[in-house]
Design a protein around this ligand. Structure first.
Ligand code: ADP
Ligand code: MG
Length: 691
């Protein structure tokens, strides 16, 4: 294995490569574009493109692509070669500034929610110079944003960048009031990624896994995760080899893969990277998911990123660790050491509390998908109710602020906000609360509702924008105040009082919580179709318009896309179920019962009574005919899908999913009665407990 420092970022056109290859003035101009968002001079772009191309060719690249994130949630690329014919019949390798800055993929087949009229099917991609170019599969990949010619956003990166600008602007205003001259505030993210690895040979025999990413049938294996022997357990050699290869591939691309371990369920694992700027973390997470799949393939595995590949054992999530820091590296969610630093910390904390409470619906929507519906509230992931965990000590401090009483602690003295006596805020010493959807973990928040397959742009767009709004309101108020300290005290007390209901340190998996949450007036949007209609609530349209993140039209189109995506996902699952029932499962039961019946006849000829076999044939015949009825009912249910997207999504949730579940129950019961050699699908035991 090569040395890590040598390998790290070797396939990335990063600072080192830029410094090495650009003339000084070009490097400076590009840096200015990267840090201040200024436009790039076309002449400079030519120099940049040429140097990038030379670097890429030296590394073995032959093609380039604008790498972007359309609203499908995955990444898209269209490869062009550097090849350019020369007059003497040979070729030269060329790459211009124009090609670097702007691309024109034929974008008519990406979902747009009606934003791109069909006569104007083209969109264009524009380079995001704040995310480095990299080489993947002999192709120079240029991270880009994707827009329509009329300027509407068609991707996930553009709104993310806009939301980062919004929070930066408002946070800088607030910091100015604390006497800090800060030009740029960035949000940082470290996404922990869970996944399953199963054998490719088993996968290939399961149409449900191949088509939908999850098993639609399968009786529980005799063993699941009840022995709790997989979490942090020793990693089997084949998986270890996969992880080593994965780390290498990620490191080459400058992705800070840091921790690899086994997760709770059999065959489930996790990779945690070191955090970085949100848009880079997003690009990196998209790449990570892609590379996990590729590396798995080389090792005879398939990497499953679906949120719920197997019933009865945990599904996979993604923890979005999020914080805000200044250009001088100050983490704004780090409790400070001095009283004044702590007031600033409390103000930012208050902004997050207010944001999450006021935009609970958006936070919930940002993680809504058909796959994630299986996890939220199912005692393996946080419930579908948004709440925040801040730890007991911090809650006691917030309580004392609300009641205006002094906060006293055995070892600490009193505090009062805005005045001078604020003690050092203690690091939380309580146990980590694993059941909270949004937990403060010392100097960052961990948003735990995300599903494993999600593009993390969505939750971070919501979070950044909602916090930007809270900070904006705070800045408006405090900028006007004559007595800053007094105004600060009043504001923090008022806002904590108003939004304290969102703070919950108890057990989020408990049966009492939904009841308590309802009393507090918190939203409980159980499924994706329940959540999505809230997307275009007036307050949400206003929020994104005010901060220049989405227009009303863009929001409506996104809502439409999300609803359709949900409906299509369930439709594909239903059709796959029908197919498997009709072509595999029911025929297997019929064949097997036929075999047993033959054996009954053969034995009868010999005068042997076989009541067990007779009963089995009868049972199989009865169950199979009932299963056929359920299959037909499922098919029937697909004939009356409502026209409009919202009602269609609801219908799939309320009618089609139960019909699918109904058939599955019976099919799974049959599975246990059919001989192994006569059952065409690898079972849960085969899939999860391979050697
Ligand atoms: P723990 O072990 O308590 O979960 P870690 O320090 O291992 O915490 O962090 C978990 C994840 O949070 C990692 O991906 C890490 O990079 C990320 N993280 C740490 N600090 C920050 C921060 N300031 N902003 C965003 N993510 C962070
Ligand atoms: Mg975690």
């Amino acid at each position: 294995m090569r040395k890590v420092p040598e390998m790290f970022g070797s396939m990335v056109f990063n600072e080192t490569a830029m410094k090495e290859r650009f003339p000084k003035h070009v490097y400076k101009a590009l840096k200015r574009t990267m840090t201040e968002g200024t436009a790039l001079d076309p002449q400079i772009a030519d120099v940049v493109a040429n140097a990038m191309k030379d670097w890429a060719i030296e590394k073995g690249a032959t093609h380039f692509t604008h790498w972007f994130q359309p609203m499908t949630g995955i990444t898209a690329e269209k490869h062009d070669s550097f090849l350019s014919p020369s007059t003497d019949g040979t070729v030269i390798m060329e790459f211009s500034g124009k090609e670097l800055i702007k691309g024109e993929p034929d974008a008519s087949s990406f979902p747009s929610g009606g934003l791109r009229a069909t006569f104007e099917a083209r969109g264009y991609t524009a380079w995001d110079p704040t995310s480095y170019a990299f080489i993947k599969d002999h192709t120079l990949c240029i991270p880009t944003a994707f827009c329509s010619y009329t300027g509407q956003v068609l991707d996930k990166k553009t709104p993310l960048l806009r939301s980062m600008d919004a929070i930066s602007k408002e946070a800088c205003r607030v910091l100015k009031l604390f006497g800090k001259d800060c030009k740029r505030v960035t949000t940082t993210v470290g996404p922990e990624q869970e996944y399953f690895l199963i054998n490719k040979s088993d996968y290939a025999k399961r149409p449900d896994l191949v088509i939908t990413g999850r098993t639609l049938f399968g009786a529980k294996a005799p063993k699941g995760q009840e022995m709790e022997d997989h979490y942090f357990g020793s990693i089997r050699p084949r998986v270890k080899a996969f992880m080593e290869d994965l780390d290498e591939a990620l490191w080459e691309l400058g992705i800070y893969s840091k921790t690899e371990h086994n997760e709770v369920a059999p065959c489930q694992h996790e990779m945690a990277p070191i955090f970085t700027t949100t848009n880079i973390a997003t690009d990196h997470n998209q790449l990570t998911m892609e590379i996990m799949k590729k590396v798995a393939d080389k090792h005879g595995f398939v990497c499953l990123l679906h949120e719920k590949p197997f019933e009865g054992i945990n599904g996979s999530g993604k923890h979005n660790n999020w914080s805000i820091s200044t250009d001088s590296g100050e983490n704004l969610l780090e409790p400070g050491k001095s009283p004044s630093e702590n007031v600033q910390f409390l103000l930012f904390l208050t902004a997050v509390i207010k944001a999450v409470d006021e935009y609970q619906d958006l936070m919930r929507i940002s993680v809504a998908s058909a796959g994630n519906d299986h996890r939220l509230g199912a005692n393996e992931a946080p419930p579908a109710i948004m709440s925040m965990f801040v730890g007991e000590e911090l809650e006691a401090i917030l309580d004392s602020i609300v009641s205006g009483t002094d906060y006293t602690d055995v070892s600490r003295t009193m505090m009062s906000i805005g005045a001078t006596v604020l003690p050092a805020i203690p690091k939380d010493t309580t146990d980590r609360n694993r059941t909270s959807p949004f937990a403060f973990t010392g100097n960052k928040f961990e948003f735990r509702m995300l599903g494993s397959a999600l593009n993390i742009a969505c939750p971070n767009i919501m979070l950044n924008t909602a916090v930007a709004e809270a900070l904006s309101q705070f800045a408006d108020e405090l900028e006007k105040a004559d007595d800053f300290n007094a105004a600060l005290g009043t504001l923090i007390q008022r806002e904590i009082k108003a939004h304290k209901r969102i703070i919950f340190n108890g057990n989020g998996y408990g049966d009492e919580w939904p009841i308590e949450a309802e009393k507090r007036g918190l939203l409980n949007l159980k499924s994706t179709p329940d959540a999505l209609p809230h997307y275009t609530a007036q307050k949400n349209l206003d929020l994104f318009a005010k901060h220049g993140v989405y227009t009303e039209e863009e929001m409506k189109s996104r809502q439409e896309i999300l609803l359709e995506e949900y409906a299509k996902t369930i439709q594909i699952e239903a059709l796959t179920s029908l197919d498997m029932l009709g072509k595999l499962i029911i025929p297997a039961a019929v064949n097997y019962s036929g075999k047993v019946a033959d054996s009954v006849n053969a034995k009868a000829k010999l005068g042997i009574e076989c009541p067990m076999e007779v009963a089995l044939v009868r049972e199989l015949a009865e169950k199979t005919s009932l299963l056929m009825k359920k299959r037909n009912a499922l098919e029937e249910s697909l004939n009356s899908i409502p026209e409009d997207a919202e009602n269609a999504a609801k219908y799939y949730h309320e009618v089609v999913i139960p019909a699918m579940d109904d058939a599955r129950r019976l099919a799974d019961a049959l599975e246990g009665k059919i001989a192994k050699e006569d059952y065409p699908l690898p079972t849960y035991g085969d899939l999860l407990f391979y050697v």
